[in-house]
Design a protein around this ligand. Structure first.
Ligand SMILES: CCCCCCCCCCCCC/C=C/C(=O)SCCNC(=O)CCNC(=O)[C@H](O)C(C)(C)COP(=O)(O)OP(=O)(O)OC[C@H]1O[C@@H](n2cnc3c(N)ncnc32)[C@H](O)[C@@H]1OP(=O)(O)O
Length: 257
């Protein structure tokens, strides 16, 4: 349990809850607490899916500008690897991760949402990478994850202009996957995550890793990643249970082994 970031778990779903004054501004402490929560939920066999949530008002308004304002090249050069690793810890959670985007997801806040697999936004939510307006650029994966999601031209538009993207446009360009009434964002994210509770955790992890790792390599290598992940699942009790249940017209009981 961190000071500004905590894990709340219920019925197999973990929420990583950001809760810091000043729009959940991401300072060093928040980033490190996010990474600790990511590692905690990744290692917890009782957690089948994860929701990232900043509260009803805001997801996260980005890095703490006031903290960064006094940082030197040396400071940031020393910290930026840690910073990226905190976000990568979220991206590498071996379970479905859903970002519940309320209010603003800007800068590092948008980059955090990009580390999720699915993004559900409220109708009045706004996302963006406004770093350019501060004389800097995204530094927590935005220049890499955003173009992979929306394409290089749209990513450059958002990064070059720093503009806020309303939820409806974010849906159009694939930056978010669903738009729901503001009041329903968190419950909708939990409902989607609940689909995975009690499910085939090993297969879900294999699917996520095959897709994510496959995006980074050529097709032949990606097919090899899939082949190895697919074959490995035949060593699991879950695969036997799942296919036997189908044959017996019964409900599969997955154990995560
Ligand atoms: C060696 C030490 C290492 C330290 C750790 C380094 C951390 C490095 C992290 C790097 C992460 C990767 C790179 C990412 C960079 C960024 O994210 S840059 C920031 C990008 N975000 C923004 O530019 C958004 C800034 N905020 C706003 O534009 C507005 O606040 C808003 C979101 C549009 C909301 O406006 P409004 O509703 O009018 O509310 P405000 O009055 O503006 O805000 C309320 C209070 O919250 C404070 N605040 C808001 N955002 C931030 C922020 N990002 N950082 C710090 N503080 C923020 C705002 O100042 C208000 O405070 P008070 O005036 O004191 O009430």
């Amino acid at each position: 349990m961190g000071e500004f970031v905590r894990v709340e778990t219920a019925e197999g779903i973990a929420t990583i809850r950001l809760d810091r004054p000043k729009m959940n501004a991401l300072n060093r402490q928040v980033q490190e607490e996010i990474a600790a929560c990511a590692r905690q939920v990744d290692a917890d066999p009782g957690v089948y899916a994860v929701v990232l949530y900043g509260g009803e008002r805001v997801f996260a308004a980005g890095a703490d500008i006031k903290e960064m304002a006094d940082m030197s090249y040396a400071d940031m050069s020393a910290h930026s690897a840690v910073l990226q690793s905190c976000f990568t810890a979220v991206a590498e959670i071996g379970k479905p991760v859903i970002a519940a985007v309320t209010g603003y997801a800007l800068g590092g806040g948008c980059e955090l949402a990009l580390c999720a697999d699915i993004r559900i936004a409220g109708e009045s939510a706004k996302l963006g990478q406004p770093e350019i307006l501060l004389g800097i650029i995204p530094g927590a994966g935005g220049t890499q994850r955003l173009p992979r999601l929306v394409g290089p031209a749209r990513a450059k538009d958002l990064i070059f202009t720093g503009r806020h993207v309303p939820a409806a446009e974010a849906l159009e360009i694939g930056l978010v996957d669903r738009v729901v009434p503001d009041a329903d964002v968190y419950t909708e994210a939990l409902a989607y995550a609940a689909r995975f509770a009690g499910g085939p955790a090993l297969a879900l992890r294999a699917a996520k890793q095959a897709v994510d790792r496959g995006l980074e390599v050529d097709l032949d290598s990606g097919l090899e990643i899939e082949r190895l992940q697919f074959s490995a699942l035949f060593a699991t009790d879950d695969a036997k249970a799942g296919m036997r249940a189908f044959a017996e017209k019964s409900q599969a009981k997955f154990t995560g082994r």
